[in-house]
Design a protein around this ligand. Structure first.
Ligand code: AMP
Ligand code: ZN
Length: 471
């Protein structure tokens, strides 16, 4: 493949191997991340998946590459499995509110959550409801190529059997899919083959959220939305496509079948080079979901007095490819580490350049992220650096500050502890300890060190003298 290599490798679900991310146009890495369905708050599980795109993005940018990131806002077409109804319309019925008013409210909350989690905004957040014509064009092109057909019910379906490699991402081959299996929601309709799916659905009795189309009034299917938006906003090719593991099938499988036939490069080209899937977040043992009743919002974390970035810290302490279990205890522990690391970062002097030792630790950490986003190892390295008593605080501080654009933990923020003032008594104790050490009275200097520790102050001796920080 031509293009610019990035040196960042990830596990590709399609080929089931580690592969390097490449900017295929030689300029920027084009990334598409499936966005939220905006009928409710995004929970921490959803946010784990959205954070994945930020970890990749920061890794690429830290290495000097440019990124073009698009994330869609699903405000129409995503059907609920339980009620066979548009999720937005179901919420609109329950709450007796306009569906678009609901969509705009939760879209705004989604952006707020991303900001609280230190996620750099995408370049575009196209809304499905504003891309209807784009989807019509895409569907028409599929029909022209004989890959889609209009059913007697005025719904347009994708002819799954016409796409021979269907199932390559998830392993769900057409021959294994049984009729009557509920892939996403019931679509009895006028399908020719049981695994076909709707691209454009006839309005039927539905009166809201419908649009005119060449096939009559109706609304788009959820899968076509992502094909049309990714190929349009990313100019015909996606270098990296991201989503939660549950989207592998049928969402991404269908998207691949809809997108591949429409790219120009030749019949067997993939519209998407790499498929990256994040595993689920569990909370206290079970997958976080509305139905499991264990949903936690970022708002809940803030209400309990924790820094929202402590959630980011917890999520990064686990590799994206493994399920992870979150708990209030781990959030509380991460909140403390963050504050400690900010106290260290606050000790940076005016010196900007990293020492050779710190430069090599920075490169090592960068290497962990470039190797399939091993954020847990990156954080582990910083934990061990924190404990290395021979390295002056100012040097550590410079490293923490310089690595922060990669981690997004806002380590240069004011630590809570800095708001605490050193009392006159503490200052006097520090002074006496320093003097005891100068006088080589080690018994006395150790006694005062212990006394200071009991008062929340840690003292360390370096060749340059005594250093202290809040514990
Ligand atoms: P939705 O808003 O339901 O369309 O979901 C948005 C994203 O969150 C999708 O990529 C899902 O795969 C992902 N997701 C849903 N539940 C979880 C979970 N418990 N852990 C991680 N990701 C999830
Ligand atoms: Zn999608």
């Amino acid at each position: 493949m031509s293009g610019t290599t990035t040196g960042v490798r990830i596990y590709d679900t399609l080929t089931r191997e580690l592969r390097e991310i490449v900017a295929s146009d030689g300029k920027e890495v084009r990334i598409y991340c499936c966005g939220p369905t905006v009928y409710r708050d995004a929970h921490l599980g959803n946010l784990r998946t959205f954070l994945l795109s930020d970890i990749v993005r920061r890794t690429l940018e830290f290495k000097g590459h440019r990124v073009q990131l698009v994330q869609n806002i699903t405000d129409v077409g995503h059907m609920s499995e339980d009620f066979d109804e548009d999720k937005l319309l179901a919420e609109s019925k329950t709450t007796k509110r306009d569906p678009f008013e609901i969509a705009r409210e939760f879209e705004a909350k989604f952006h707020k959550d991303l900001a609280l989690l230190g996620i750099i905004p995408a370049n575009h957040y196209p809304r499905a409801s504003e891309c209807i014509e784009m989807m019509h064009r895409h569907i028409e092109a599929l029909m022209e190529r004989g890959l889609a057909y209009l059913g007697e019910d005025k719904t347009v379906y994708f002819a799954s059997e016409k796409f021979p490699s269907y199932g390559a991402i998830s392993g769900n081959r057409l021959t294994d899919l049984k009729p009557g299996h509920r892939y996403e929601f019931t679509e009895s309709g006028a399908k020719r083959f049981h695994a076909d799916w709707a691209l454009w659905k006839a309005a039927g009795a539905r009166r809201e959220m419908i649009w005119d189309s060449p096939w009559g009034p109706g609304f788009p299917g959820w899968h076509i939305e992502c094909s049309a938006m990714s190929l349009t906003f990313l100019h015909g090719h996606v270098d990296l496509h991201i989503g939660g593991i549950d989207l592998r099938f049928p969402h991404h499988e269908n998207e691949r079948a809809q997108s591949n036939p429409l790219i120009d490069q030749g019949s067997n080209e993939e519209a998407v080079d790499l498929w990256l899937h994040g595993e689920h977040l569990l909370f206290e043992g079970r997958k976080m979901s509305k139905s499991a009743g264990n949903v936690v919002l970022l708002r809940d974390v803030v209400e309990r007095g924790f820094d929202p970035l402590s959630v980011r810290f917890c999520l990064m302490e686990n590799r994206y490819r493994s399920q992870m279990d979150l708990s209030w205890d781990s959030i509380a522990a991460a909140d403390k580490v963050l504050d400690r690391w900010r106290s260290i970062t606050a000790q940076a002097g005016g010196e900007k350049d990293l020492t050779p030792a710190m430069t090599s630790i920075r490169d090592e950490i960068m290497g962990y992220l470039a190797a399939d986003l091993d954020s847990p190892r990156a954080l582990q390295r910083l934990r061990s650096l924190e404990k290395e008593s021979a390295i002056p605080l100012a040097e550590k501080a410079q490293l923490f500050a310089s690595i922060d654009p990669l981690l997004g933990l806002d380590l240069t923020a004011t630590p809570r502890s800095k708001e605490k003032k050193l009392s006159e008594e503490d200052a006097a104790l520090l002074e006496s300890r320093s003097k005891a050490r100068d006088d080589r009275d080690f018994a006395e200097s150790d006694r005062i060190r212990e006394l200071l520790a009991s008062r929340g102050i840690e003292v360390r001796d370096l060749p340059t003298g005594q250093e202290w920080h809040w514990i």
